[in-house]
Design a protein. Structure first.
Length: 853
RNA sequence: GCGGGCGUGGCGGAAUUGGUAGACGCACUGGAUUUAGGUUCCAGCGAUGCAGAUCGUGGGGGUUCAAGUCCCUCCGCCCGCACCA
C-alpha cells in the first residue's frame, strides 16, 4: 500500500507558499485585521518538539482567521540577547553574535520545515543595531519624561561572575551558574518607573476579558495594592521623626514597638556611633534576599535605645528596634508593631519580651478574660482599650483612626504597592548598551540622538571574569557630549526583557526607520491573540503592559493595552530515563530488551523517571528533525493539537505519534485511491438522495459547525475528535448508493478545509488531488448548512424514576404529549411502571422524558 | 500562611453547561489477510453477574423528577506568591 510521502509533499507546498508569498501581509486592507502572535523564542540552539506546540496553535489560529476573511498578521522573530550566548562564547570560544546567528539560522530552517504561515519578510532579531537603536531612543525619552532614573539599591550580587543576578537566578541563596553564595550589594542601577503606573496597571486588569483568570490574578497579586496610612512617630528627646506605613491604624493603641529596616536612613545614622548596631546591620546584609534564606532566618532585632512617642497619646512611649524582617523597599521601611493582632509582630514581641496589648475583641469574647496566646487575632471584632476608637468595628476604626491622624497632622491615608520599580541594568556584554555617558563634570549625560545607536564592540575578551564592556580597552572612553571632557560610557546593558517589551510593535512596521510607524501600529494593534507560556505571567506580560503605557506617555502611540487576547498553553512532557550511573539518557538511547525491561546501549538496565517538561538538562527531548524526517510536519502538528486540551500539559509518546501517522495515511488513501469515482469539482449534488447518504451529508455539516465552534473556543483537541468522526462517516458511506460519489467529494473537500489550519500540507495535497487549481489556504472557511447540521431525528432518553430504561427515536421538536405517549407505550416502560399511571412526567424537549411513579 | 486550579475506564481525555457518563484517541484482547512481523479490515474493551440487572465520575452528606455538573464537608494532587507591615 503506498504511504503518504510527507517529505516530498511538504517540501512541495512549502515551496509553493513561498513562491506565491501566500502569507505576506500589508496594511491597510479592506478586510478586518487580526494579529496573531506567539511569544518569540530565544535562539538557544535547536528546537525540539516541546518548543513547537505554541507555534502550532498560533499557526492554526492564523490560518483559521485568514480563511474567515481576516487580514492576518502572523510574524516571527528572535529574542536574541541573553546570557546563554555569553556562556557559549566562554565555553566554545566563539562570539555571542556568531553563536546567536548560527542558532537563528538553524531554528529558522526548522520552523520553515514545520510549514508555519509566517510573514518571513517581517522577521526581526533584537540583537541587531537596527532593532536596539530604537529602544535606546525610547530609554532617552523615558529619561526625559522621568520614567527612567538611576538610584542606589540593594541587589543580588554574584561574587564569582561579578554581576547582578535577578531574583529568579538565585537558587537556594546561590548563583545558578557559579554556585557562589549571593551577597547583597548596594549598586547604582537604572530603573524604569513601573510603579508610576501601578494603579493603572491594576485597574486595567479588569478590562482584559480574553486573558486567563489565573494570569490576571497573578498580576493583581504582584502589583499588590494595600490601603492604609503613613503615620509619623516622634522620637523622644530628639528632633526626629519616623514615618511608618500601616494597614492597621485601627490597632495603634496596641502598639508596643517600632521596627526599622536595617537599611533605613535612621538605622544607618545610628550605626555610625553604635558598633553593635553596625555589626547587626552588616550581618543582615550578608544574607541574601532569596526565599530559602528568608525562610531559615529567624526574626531578630536590635534595640536602638530610642523611644518613639505614640501619635495619639504623648504619654505613651515604645522602644525602637532595627529588625531584619523589615524591608526597605516596601512602604516606608519602618513599621509599628502590634503583637496582639499580627503574627509576625507577636513572635518578635515574645522573643524580646515586649507587651502584648489586645485592642480588638472577638465577637462574643469577654473583655476581662480575652488574652492572646500563640496566635495573633487578625479577624474582625470590636475595638477596646482604644480611647476614641472603643466600640467601633475594625473597618470603622480604620476610618476613624485615619481621620484623626490626618486631623493631627501626623500622617495621611495612602496606598502602598508591592510592585517595585524595574531594575534594568545588567553587567553583561550580550545586551543592548544603555545610552548614557558619565562625566566627572556634568554627571550623567544622555548620548545625543544623532550618535545612536551605541553599538556593542565586536572585539571582546571573555577570558577575564566580569563585564567585557567594562574591561574593553577603548570602548568606554569617550568625550562628554556636553563639556567635551574625558568621560566614560555606561558599561551596563539592558535586561533582555527590555527587548521583548516592544517587539510586537516593531512587527507592525519592521523596516521602518523609526521604532514603528504610527499608522502601522494604529492598524494592527492590539495583538488579537497572543500565545505563550504562563511563566511570563508577571514578567514579560507586565513589562509589556507598562512599556505600552510609557510609550504612550512619550507620545509614541495612543493606546494602553498591547494584548487583547492571551492564551497560555501547557507544556510538552516526556518520560525521563536514567542509567545505572544516574546519568540522564535521551529517549533514543533507551530500548526495550527481550523481557520487556528497558536497557541502554550497553545493555544495562535503565530506570524510568518522572514525567517531566521536555528539557535539555533532563535529556527527555525528542528532536524535531527525527520526527519530521520520519512522519512529516503535519503528523507532528496534529499530535500536538490532539488528545490534551491546549492549556494542559501534553505527554509525548512514540505510540501517540504512530497513531497520528496511521490516521494521516488513512486520510491519504481516501484521496489517493477513492473508494468510488468522484464527479468533477463543482458538479451539483443529485436532487434526491437516499437516507443513508443524507446521513453522511448531515455528518459533514455537523462537523463543520462543531469544528468551527471548537476552534473559536480554543478547544483544539475536541476539534480533532470531530474531524476524526467525520472521517469515520465518510468511510462508511455506502458506495453503491445514489449520490455517494458527489457526497464523498463534498465530504473530502470539507475535510481538507477543516484540516487546513492543522495539517496544511496534507490539506493542500488533498485539494489538488480533488482537482482544484488554487490553494485550500485561499479558500473561505466552509459554512455549515443549518438545516443539515441539525438532526431531524433525535434520540430521547426515557427514564422511570430517574433511571434510564429505554431510548426513543423521534422526529425533532415533537410535542410534549406525543413524546409522553410514545414513552408510555414502550414495553420496558410499561413493565417498570407496573400498570400504574405516573404521578409526574417531566419532558425536556429533544432530550429526555422522566416518568415518576 | 495567602491566592488559584484540578480529581471521570489501564492511560490522554469527552459530556450540547442540570438531562442517555465514557465521544475521539492510546494501550490491550480475539478474529480475518500475511511465510512472518508491520500495515490493513472486523469485533470487543468501566466494574460485578450466566442473565434479568446492579453499582459506578476522590470520600461523606444535601438540593432536585434528574447531579460528573449545584450546595456543604472532608481527603489528595498541582501551580503561583510569600517576613508586603
Amino acid at each position: 500500500m503506498p504511504r503518504y510521502d510527507s517529505q516530498k509533499i511538504e517540501a512541495k507546498w512549502q515551496r509553493i507558499w513561498r513562491e506565491r508569498r501566500s502569507f505576506a501581509v500589508s496594511e491597510p486592507a479592506a478586510q478586518p485585521k487580526y494579529y496573531v502572535l506567539e511569544m518569540f523564542p530565544y535562539p538557544s540552539g535547536k528546537l525540539h518538539v516541546g518548543h513547537v506546540r505554541n507555534y502550532t496553535m498560533g499557526d492554526l489560529v492564523a490560518r483559521y482567521r485568514r480563511a474567515q476573511g481576516y487580514n492576518v498578521l502572523h510574524p516571527m522573530g528572535w529574542d536574541a540577547f541573553g546570557l546563554p550566548a555569553e556562556n557559549a562564547a566562554m565555553a566554545e570560544h566563539t562570539h555571542p553574535a556568531r553563536w546567536t546567528e548560527d542558532n537563528i539560522r538553524t531554528m529558522r530552517a526548522q520552523l520553515q520545515r514545520m510549514g508555519f504561515a509566517y510573514d518571513w519578510a517581517r522577521e526581526i532579531a533584537t540583537c541587531h543595531p537596527d532593532y536596539y537603536r530604537h529602544e535606546q531612543k525610547m530609554f532617552l525619552d523615558f529619561l526625559a519624561a522621568g520614567l527612567a532614573y538611576r538610584k542606589e539599591s540593594w541587589v543580588n550580587w554574584d561574587p564569582v561572575e561579578n554581576t547582578v543576578l535577578a531574583n529568579e537566578q538565585v537558587i537556594d541563596g546561590r548563583g545558578w551558574r557559579s554556585g557562589a553564595i549571593v551577597e547583597k550589594r548596594l549598586l547604582s542601577q537604572w530603573f524604569l518607573r513601573i510603579t508610576a503606573f501601578a494603579e493603572e496597571l491594576l485597574d486595567a486588569i479588569g478590562g482584559l476579558e480574553r486573558w486567563p483568570e489565573r494570569v490576571r490574578l497573578m498580576q493583581e497579586n504582584w502589583i499588590g495594592r494595600s490601603e492604609g496610612a503613613r503615620v509619623n512617630f516622634d522620637i523622644a528627646g530628639r528632633d526626629e521623626k519616623v514615618e511608618v506605613f500601616t494597614t492597621r491604624q485601627d490597632t495603634l493603641y496596641g502598639a508596643s514597638f517600632l521596627a526599622l529596616s536595617p537599611n533605613h536612613p535612621l538605622a544607618l545614622r545610628l550605626a555610625e556611633r553604635d558598633p553593635g548596631l553596625a555589626a547587626f546591620i552588616a550581618e543582615c546584609n550578608r544574607l541574601g534576599t532569596s526565599e530559602a534564606v528568608i525562610e531559615a532566618a529567624e526574626k531578630r532585632g536590635y534595640n536602638t535605645g530610642l523611644e518613639a512617642v505614640h501619635p495619639f497619646d504623648a504619654s505613651r512611649k515604645v522602644p525602637v528596634y532595627v529588625a531584619n524582617f523589615v524591608l526597605m523597599e516596601y512602604g516606608t521601611g519602618a513599621i509599628f508593631g502590634c503583637p496582639a493582632h499580627d503574627q509576625r509582630d507577636l513572635e518578635f514581641a515574645r522573643k524580646y519580651r515586649l507587651p502584648v496589648i489586645p485592642v480588638v475583641l472577638p465577637p462574643g469574647a469577654d473583655p476581662a478574660r480575652f488574652a492572646i496566646g500563640e496566635t495573633a487575632y487578625v479577624e474582625d471584632g470590636t475595638l477596646y482599650h482604644s480611647d476614641f476608637l472603643d466600640r467601633l468595628s475594625v473597618a470603622e476604626a480604620k476610618r476613624a483612626a485615619a481621620a484623626r491622624i490626618e486631623a493631627l497632622g501626623r500622617g495621611e491615608r495612602t496606598v502602598a504597592y508591592r510592585l517595585r520599580d524595574w531594575g534594568v541594568s545588567r553587567q553583561r556584554y550580550w545586551g543592548c548598551p544603555i545610552p548614557v555617558i558619565h562625566c566627572q563634570e556634568c554627571g550623567i549625560v544622555p548620548v545625543p540622538e544623532a550618535d545612536l545607536p551605541v553599538r556593542l564592540p565586536e572585539d571582546v575578551n571573555f577570558a577575564e571574569p566580569g563585564n567585557p564592556l567594562d574591561h574593553h580597552p577603548t570602548w568606554k572612553h569617550v568625550r562628554c557630549p556636553r563639556c567635551g571632557g574625558a568621560a566614560l560610557r555606561e558599561t551596563d546593558t539592558f535586561d533582555t526583557f527590555f527587548e521583548s517589551s516592544w517587539y510586537f510593535l516593531r512587527f507592525c512596521s519592521p523596516r521602518a526607520t523609526q521604532a514603528f510607524t504610527r499608522e502601522a501600529v494604529q492598524y494592527w494593534m492590539p495583538v488579537d491573540q497572543y500565545i505563550g507560556g504562563v511563566e511570563h505571567a508577571v514578567l514579560h506580560l507586565l513589562y509589556s503592559r507598562f512599556f505600552t503605557r510609557a510609550l504612550k506617555a512619550c507620545g509614541y502611540l495612543d493606546f494602553d493595552e498591547p494584548f487583547a487576547g492571551l492564551f497560555t498553553q501547557g507544556m510538552v512532557c516526556h518520560q525521563t530515563y536514567r542509567s545505572e550511573d544516574g546519568d540522564w539518557l535521551y529517549p533514543d538511547e533507551v530500548a526495550a530488551d527481550l523481557a520487556g525491561g528497558l536497557v541502554d546501549r550497553t545493555g544495562r538496565p535503565v530506570a524510568v523517571g518522572r514525567l517531566e517538561k521536555m528539557s535539555k538538562s533532563k535529556k527527555n527531548v525528542v528532536g524535531l528533525e527525527t520526527i519530521v524526517d520520519t512522519y512529516g510536519a503535519d503528523t507532528a502538528r496534529l499530535y500536538l493539537l490532539s488528545d490534551s486540551p491546549p492549556e494542559r500539559d501534553l505527554e509525548w509518546t512514540a505510540a501517540g505519534i504512530e497513531g497520528i501517522w496511521r490516521y494521516v495515511n488513512r486520510i491519504w488513501r481516501m484521496v489517493d485511491e477513492p473508494p468510488l469515482p468522484l464527479p468533477p469539482p463543482g458538479a451539483p449534488l443529485p436532487a434526491a438522495l437516499p437516507p443513508e447518504v443524507v446521513a453522511v451529508r448531515r455528518a459533514i455539516h455537523k462537523a463543520i459547525a462543531a469544528v468551527t465552534d471548537d476552534l473559536d473556543k480554543f478547544r483544539f483537541n475536541r476539534a480533532v475528535a470531530r474531524i476524526r468522526e467525520l472521517t469515520h462517516a465518510l468511510e462508511e458511506l455506502p458506495a453503491a448508493a445514489n449520490g455517494a460519489g458527489p457526497v464523498l467529494r463534498e465530504g473530502l473537500e470539507r475535510l481538507a478545509q477543516l484540516l487546513g489550519p492543522m495539517m496544511p500540507h496534507l490539506a493542500e495535497e488533498m485539494w489538488e488531488r480533488l482537482g482544484h487549481e488554487g490553494l485550500v489556504a485561499d479558500q473561505p472557511w466552509p459554512e455549515a448548512d443549518p438545516d443539515l447540521a441539525r438532526d431531524e431525528q433525535v434520540t430521547i432518553a426515557v427514564q422511570v424514576n430517574g433511571k434510564l430504561r429505554a431510548t426513543l427515536e423521534l422526529p425533532r421538536d415533537l410535542g410534549r404529549d406525543a413524546v409522553e405517549s410514545a414513552a408510555l407505550a414502550l414495553p420496558q416502560v410499561m413493565r417498570w411502571l407496573d400498570g400504574r399511571a405516573p404521578k409526574k412526567v417531566v419532558v425536556v424537549p429533544n432530550r429526555v422524558v422522566n416518568l415518576v411513579a
